[in-house]
Design a protein around this ligand. Structure first.
Ligand SMILES: *Cc1c(COP(=O)(O)O)cnc(C)c1O
Length: 461
């Protein structure tokens, strides 16, 4: 059986840090900080009770948004390091975790086929990581616009506003990817300095044809930024003996100028762990500043000096480092096996839905995000009504299932399902992010439940 489950690894690592502390000094807590047992128990009981309002993200029943708990190894490492609370803003804020950060950044760079000496750092989120990449894009291609696909994360439009650069939306093709012809036309105008291409859109998990985007951008002297915040770790599947994704776009990431990936999405980390990577380490020059607050004891380039963020949790680097030691960035074995199970879950889900009399696939999954709708609906308002009902009744059911909805334009839906008549502008389809490897085994149950819910007579039968 799984013997690891009986060991409290958080307590184990915590005890080691306490031993280290005890070897240095014994600090008697100041009376203002001393806990009263009774009140502490009450406060923590009150908290844990409040936490029960959460949806069960840990369970395969939860097949909604991009949410799941971190791996126990990440929890143990984060918890133990947090006792020390190193700050990644400067080398002296946490020498140990600063080194761990450099090691994990090299690992992430290697996963994408970047040189292991590429510049990069961990950020508090994918949003901030993308901001860093667009900040460098603006500095290296001043006065020129940033182009991104219609399926790109809304952060790109917002961050262009923050940075005062023109952002241009390129239409999506019939599969939610950046439209290559529209992009080529736009690039010919000479207005674009940087193209953002998305490897795994947040809504559909659509993967842009990165290989073609890179080629087009190069033809016109534009920079390429890949937003792989969600999809990045699927690059491991392109390198498996039996690839579970079309390898071409993933292998093309190596030719980009910058890449963002969120270890707090598919890297088994707690929130607070995004990452940005730059192929050309000399972009660090755009960040030069002279902080009066940091205290430098070495000439070594420190990652905290070349990021827009100041304080960052050193514990995030420790957690990712420990996780990758146990589940390395390999296609076969390690983290690749985790992502592969999620990918197989999506393929199995789509296969069942294709054979269903009640449900139909909205768009076939490219990653582990599945989208589906009421097969029997004749209008977009009927599609929308079933989606809303399954979402609501699924949660309230005694045998609950948690899904989410994705709002798409009626034109996008009719493009994929021409027999549906558009009687609304927008329509919600159902969507499930099958990002836990346990979802693989749960697919038959899951589709069964969803068919039952969707097939119920809306009048309450
Ligand atoms: C999640 C996501 C983001 C935003 O990242 P956060 O970590 O939520 O800030 C950006 N781009 C894509 C493609 C994403 O999936």
């Amino acid at each position: 059986m799984d013997g690891t489950r009986s060991i409290d690894w958080s307590g184990y690592a915590d005890a080691a840090v306490r031993r280290w502390e005890a070897g240095i000094d014994e600090v008697v807590p100041h009376p203002s900080l001393v806990l009263d047992d009774e009140r502490t128990r009450e406060a923590l009981d009150a908290l844990t009770q409040r936490l029960e309002e959460n949806y069960p993200f840990f369970s395969p029943r939860y097949a909604g948004q991009m949410l799941k708990p971190p791996h126990p190894a990440a929890v143990a490492a984060y918890h133990a390091t947090m006792r020390i609370n190193p700050n990644a803003h400067a080398l002296d804020g946490g020498p140990a975790t600063s080194r761990l950060e450099k090691e994990v950044v090299a690992d992430l760079a290697g996963m994408f086929g970047f040189d292991r000496g590429a510049l990069g750092y961990l950020t508090s989120s994918g949003t901030i990581a993308n901001l860093e990449a667009l900040f460098v894009a603006r500095s290296s291609h001043p006065g020129l616009a940033v182009a991104y696909g219609a399926g790109a994360h809304y952060t790109h439009a917002r961050m262009c506003e923050v940075l005062g650069i023109e952002g241009i939306t390129v239409p999506a093709d019939g599969r939610g990817r950046i439209d290559l012809e529209a992009l080529a036309t736009l690039l010919r105008s000479g207005r674009v300095g940087t193209v953002v291409t998305t490897a795994g859109t947040t809504g559909l998990g659509a993967v842009d044809q990165v290989q073609d985007v890179v080629a087009l951008a190069r033809e016109h002297g534009a920079r390429v930024h890949v937003d792989a915040a969600y999809g990045g770790f699927f690059t491991l599947l392109a390198r498996r003996a039996q690839p579970l994704v079309d390898p071409e776009p993933w292998l093309a990431l190596a030719g980009a100028d910058s890449i963002v990936v969120d270890p707090h999405k598919h890297g088994l980390q707690p929130y607070g762990c995004g990452a940005v990577l730059f192929a050309d380490p000399t972009v660090a020059r755009f960040y030069l500043h002279d902080s009066p607050y940091t205290y430098f004891t070495s000439d070594e380039l420190h990652l905290g000096e070349i990021s827009l963020e100041c304080s960052r949790a050193g514990a995030a680097a420790a957690a990712l480092w420990t996780t990758l030691r146990l589940l390395p960035l390999r296609g076969d074995g390690g983290l690749g096996d985790v992502v592969a199970a999620c990918r197989r879950a999506a393929l199995a889900f789509d296969a069942r839905v294709a054979a269903s009399e009640v449900l139909a696939t909205y768009q076939g999954a490219e990653l582990d995000i599945v989208t589906y709708l009421d097969r029997r609906a004749r209008t977009t308002s009927e599609v929308d009504a079933t989606s809303e009902r399954v979402l609501r009744e699924g949660m309230a059911d005694p045998d609950p299932v948690y899904v989410s909805t994705l709002s798409v334009s009626a034109a996008d839906l009719v493009g994929r399902h021409p027999h549906v008549r558009a009687d609304t502008d927008h329509v919600r389809v159902l969507s499930s992010v099958l990002m836990k490897p346990e979802h693989e085994g749960a697919v038959p149950w899951l589709v069964d439940r969803l068919e039952t819910l969707a097939g119920r007579d809306p009048a309450g039968g």
